[in-house]
Design a protein around this ligand. Structure first.
Ligand SMILES: NC(=O)c1ccc[n+]([C@@H]2O[C@H](COP(=O)([O-])OP(=O)(O)OC[C@H]3O[C@@H](n4cnc5c(N)ncnc54)[C@H](OP(=O)(O)O)[C@@H]3O)[C@@H](O)[C@H]2O)c1
Length: 447
């Protein structure tokens, strides 16, 4: 005798979404069959397996990781996802992270489908031209619209939440719009994910959320908190939520390197403060971080990459050694140094698998997946001026050297230079978080 999921759901008093979720988490343990029309059917044996899981998770209150161990499955899901079986929804999929994520996914991981979710039809049209629509589907929608999100998440296994308003001045000038997109949008993503039985959700956050100095950072801090606590709301459905937090991916328009190159023509470049430092991250590294977070997450962690820092003065010397450097002063909402892990968060942070993991500050949170993690030293703060890993002038000179001398196209030069470099050195140049200069305005350097 074989049963449909609704029949199993009634027999075991479990929502169908929980059954689907457990099938993913206990992949290989629950043995289902498929009809010729590819409908899933459950044998008595599969129902018994689900019953065992239910007893462990719901009655004995074991975590998924503990239940896997007790069932003899071990913990091998850590570090492993069967990507070909995953349907992914990517909010903000037409942005710089989103497009790069799609490129890497299609080349390397080949998920079943990626649903891109964003507002602007033109960007989606352009993306469709570039990526086609075989493995990528395009959903017009706003993260402010919970119903639309819920519809878009039906049948989805993994959600990456990248949509955000992220220009610091725009968020300052339109504070409620930033709140609606970054905070209420985060809440909508969480509700829709729980209601549709999504398994894992990773939200993208920023260094600006750590001790925020501007509204953008404050909204991202709220979003992080909502995501971390989303795990408490998901109940028996078991949707897991985590965040990744990284620093500026220095962008092409108005961000520091192209601006330096432009200013070089006048023989003078401007920096905001001689003491300023920044982290450097490539889009590849950002995508790797998200993939790693998805593989290792239990829910509630904030994953932070281990990346190098540089001094703004070194960058100026590397790019424009002959130019006069003028200091124009730090601007409102700008920090001298970026912080990725604050002193308070440091108390709950471990170094694990080439990254830092900030764990939730709750007594009930158990570190199953992080037994091999190393506690960071007491008083640990991870800021761009207190980093063990620095790019010196020579390294920066190599990174920023034009691909073909004499070409004026700074962005093209830079991007092609990046492609020639090994992945642990720098970076993508598209889509800086902060800086869009107005047309015709004197360019000021911000990083
Ligand atoms: N770039 C960086 O340096 C950096 C650093 C750290 C963290 N982050 C974080 O990484 C994420 C992605 O950044 P990014 O650089 O890829 O940004 P981006 O290039 O500006 O892309 C933003 C994306 O979000 C979409 N979007 C904006 N508002 C939306 C809304 N209300 N509903 C649905 N979609 C919306 C945009 O498309 P539409 O306009 O068509 O809707 C676009 O696809 C953000 O959460 C950001 O905070 C970025």
């Amino acid at each position: 005798m074989e049963y449909k999921i609704q029949e199993v759901s009634e027999r075991l008093h479990l929502p169908a979404s929980t059954i689907r979720y457990w099938e993913g988490e206990f992949d290989g343990f629950i043995t289902t069959k498929k009809t010729p029309g590819k409908q899933r059917r459950y044998t008595e044996h599969a129902i018994e397996q689900l019953r065992q899981i239910r007893d462990l998770v719901h009655v004995k209150k074991k975590s998924i990781a503990e239940a896997r161990k007790l069932l003899g499955i071990g913990n091998e899901d850590t570090g492993k996802i069967n990507w070909r079986k995953q349907s992914i929804l990517l909010t903000g999929g037409t942005g710089s992270f989103g497009k790069h994520f799609c490129t890497v996914m299609l080349e390397k991981y080949r998920p079943s489908v990626i649903r891109v979710y964003s507002r602007d039809e033109l960007k989606q049209h352009e993306m469709r031209q570039e990526f086609g629509e075989d493995k990528i589907r395009y959903f017009i929608g706003d993260v402010r619209d919970g119903d639309r999100l819920k519809r878009a998440m039906e049948g989805v296994d993994i959600v990456i939440h990248a949509a955000a308003l992220k220009q610091v001045p725009a968020c300052e000038y339109n504070p409620l719009e930033a709140v609606k997109t970054n905070i209420l949008g985060a809440k909508n993503v969480i509700d829709a994910a729980i209601n549709t039985g999504v398994k894992k959700v990773v939200a993208l956050s920023t260094d600006k959320a750590a001790n925020p100095a501007n509204l953008y950072g404050a909204t991202k801090l709220c979003a992080e908190k909502i995501f971390v606590h989303g795990n408490s709301y998901s109940g028996p459905r078991g949707t897991r939520f985590s965040c990744v937090r990284y620093g500026n991916v220095i962008g092409s328009r108005g961000s520091v390197i192209p601006v330096f190159r432009e200013q070089m023509k006048s023989g003078k470049i401007t920096i905001t403060d001689e003491k300023m430092t920044r982290f450097w991250i490539t889009l590849d590294q950002a995508v790797d971080l998200v993939v790693s977070a998805l593989c290792h997450m239990q829910g509630g962690e904030i994953f932070v990459p281990n990346i190098p820092s540089m001094k703004i003065t070194d960058l100026a010397r590397a790019i424009a050694p002959e130019c006069e450097v003028q200091t124009i002063g730090i601007r409102p909402g700008e920090k001298l140094h970026e912080t990725l892990i604050t002193a308070e968060e440091g108390r709950n942070t471990i170094a694990y698998n080439g990254m830092y993991v900030i764990m939730p500050d709750h007594s009930w949170w158990k570190r199953h997946n992080y037994e091999s993690g190393r506690k960071v030293p007491e008083g640990f703060v991870y800021s761009s001026n207190r980093n063990d890993h620095w790019l010196d002038i020579e390294a920066l000179r190599k990174i920023t050297r034009p691909a073909s001398p004499g070409t004026d196209d700074a962005v093209a030069n830079f991007v092609s230079t990046i492609h020639r470099l090994s992945e642990n050195v720098i970076l993508d140049m598209i889509g800086s978080e902060e800086n869009i200069p107005s047309p015709g305005k004197v360019l000021e350097v911000r990083i």
